[in-house]
Design a protein around this ligand. Structure first.
Ligand SMILES: Cc1cc2nc3c(=O)[nH]c(=O)nc-3n(C[C@H](O)[C@H](O)[C@H](O)COP(=O)(O)OP(=O)(O)OC[C@H]3O[C@@H](n4cnc5c(N)ncnc54)[C@H](O)[C@@H]3O)c2cc1C
Length: 431
């Protein structure tokens, strides 16, 4: 790792999702020095776990690659992965940050050849696939991970597995003695770009996510479509591995609900509209058994997204039922049965599907008490812009539930605010 030299002209960005990368690149392109801290072993955040983007249905990997290129072309940015900010002291224009860097046990010699993983037996939940599959104790977090470097799971350190992984490496890339590091540096401004996490679907008891195998979440459905994902790109029922063709999408699963998330995450309607098009993509337009049903309270698609909604409405494979689903049960064949009342005709329904996808909302990934510095949050836990925050700003989904386009705009705004703070430092130093 290169040595971190920072001053009160430096901007610290925490979280290297699309928002953090954007804020870092925008600031660095104006000549600022940036330190980008990411707790995962790779950059890109949660968009690396999406299959396609609405409304264009392009692959996120494309935009991500452009961002990664912008990132590596910037000598002013130092990227620290497997790193977290543990302490922040000071005030606007003069913060002192302490960062803990966990050992990867793999150095820069790694060519990602995979030889270290070949002979290993122990299996662990694969976080990238929301634990829908297993990975080995030596692993590349996902096929396009940047940095493209393996990680040794700390759970195998001290075991024969770790020694086997080291012995298999021809490039002297595995260092089992690697230790946790702590570094401290000065920064003039800090941007929190720590993003979101999916709401815990198990808390929505009437929907049975924790009881029924064929009830999954929208984030898991994204992983299923990826050919490098847990099902090799096939829509398979977790319960019995059979193809799922008749798929229900349940909107506002735990959102706009005083018992769960009170807020609307804005993206869930668009995410389900997008995911309903995956059915035709997977099975072809002529397969009559392949169909989607969207259960919704109201569809929230604004601006250019409205056209996408209209297009899906015209698709004969997709039907819409205006209803807040009351409950989900399971029949003897393991099929989920969706119950509720259609609020257009006031008819009760009990509809059987192959698979149910819960459109879960986004909540902030960091709870207020877990920030190493005082931040002002709103009633939903997202960071608020507040004068008392001094040189501390929020970007992307740490500030609100946003789609990528709006997250990037928010990140650019945060970069500008941070640049203003460090420029004031520069002006004061010259005076
Ligand atoms: C089902 C679903 C489908 C979606 N589909 C689309 C779509 O098609 N189009 C679209 O525009 N949007 C879509 N979105 C929204 C999109 O995922 C978000 O807009 C995007 O991920 C926001 O990026 P971010 O950088 O703000 O947050 P994140 O992607 O969450 O990135 C945050 C980063 O911060 C890191 N981090 C967190 N805490 C710390 C810490 N303490 N220290 C260091 N690092 C930390 C995380 O590891 C992560 O890398 C979808 C969302 C869902 C739920």
């Amino acid at each position: 790792m290169s040595e971190v030299v920072a001053t009160n002209q430096t901007i610290l960005v925490v979280g290297a999702g699309v928002s953090g990368i954007t804020a870092a690149v925008e600031a660095a392109e104006t000549g600022k020095q940036v330190i980008l801290v990411e707790k995962r072993p790779y950059v890109g955040g949660r968009i690396t776990q999406l299959y396609k983007y609405f409304p264009k249905l392009c692959f996120p990997s494309c935009g991500l690659e452009i961002n990664q290129r912008r990132l590596s072309a910037q000598p002013g940015i130092t990227v620290l992965t497997m790193a977290e900010v543990t302490q922040v002291s000071g005030s606007e224009g003069d913060y002192n940050a302490t960062i803990k860097i966990s050992p990867r046990y793999v150095n820069e010699n790694c060519t990602a050849c995979g030889a270290c993983a070949e002979g290993l037996e122990a299996k662990f939940d694969d976080d990238h696939n929301y634990a829908m599959s297993k990975r080995k104790g030596a692993y590349l977090p996902y096929n396009m991970a940047k940095p493209e470097r393996y990680v040794i799971d700390p759970a195998i350190i001290g075991s024969e597995e770790a020694e086997n992984a080291k012995a298999a490496c021809r490039f002297d890339a595995i260092d089992l003695e690697m230790q946790e590091q702590t570094i401290e540096f000065n920064a003039g401004a800090i941007i929190w770009a720590t993003g979101w996490r999916p709401y815990d679907a198990a808390k929505i008891q009437p929907y049975g996510y924790d009881r029924f195998d064929n009830v999954i979440t929208s984030v898991e459905f994204e992983r299923m479509m990826d050919r490098f994902g847990p099902t090799g790109g096939k829509i398979l029922r977790p319960g019995d591995g059979k193809e799922a063709k008749d798929i229900a999408f349940i909107q506002c699963a735990g959102s706009r609900d005083r018992n769960h998330l009170k807020h609307c995450s804005r993206i869930c309607c668009m995410a389900s509209l997008k995911q309903s098009t995956y059915i035709g993509e997977q099975y072809g337009e002529d397969d009559e058994a392949a169909k989607g049903t969207i259960y919704y309270i109201d569809i929230r698609s604004i601006d250019r997204f409205e056209d996408f909604y209209r297009k899906v409405q015209e698709d004969p494979k997709i039907s819409f039922i205006k209803s807040k689903v009351a409950s989900i049960e399971q029949d003897k064949e393991g099929n989920p049965v969706v119950n509720g009342v259609d609020t257009e005709g006031y008819n009760r329904y009990a509809n059987t599907h192959d698979l149910v996808v819960l459109a879960v909302g986004m909540e902030p990934s960091v709870d207020k008490s877990m920030f190493p510095v005082e931040v002002v949050v709103n009633e939903h836990g997202f960071i608020e812009a507040d004068e008392s925050s001094g040189g501390i700003f929020a970007a992307g989904c740490s500030a609100d539930a946003l789609d990528v386009n709006r997250a990037v705009q928010s990140a650019t705004a945060a970069a500008l605010r941070a640049i203003q703070v460090v420029n004031r430092n520069a002006a004061a130093a010259e005076a």
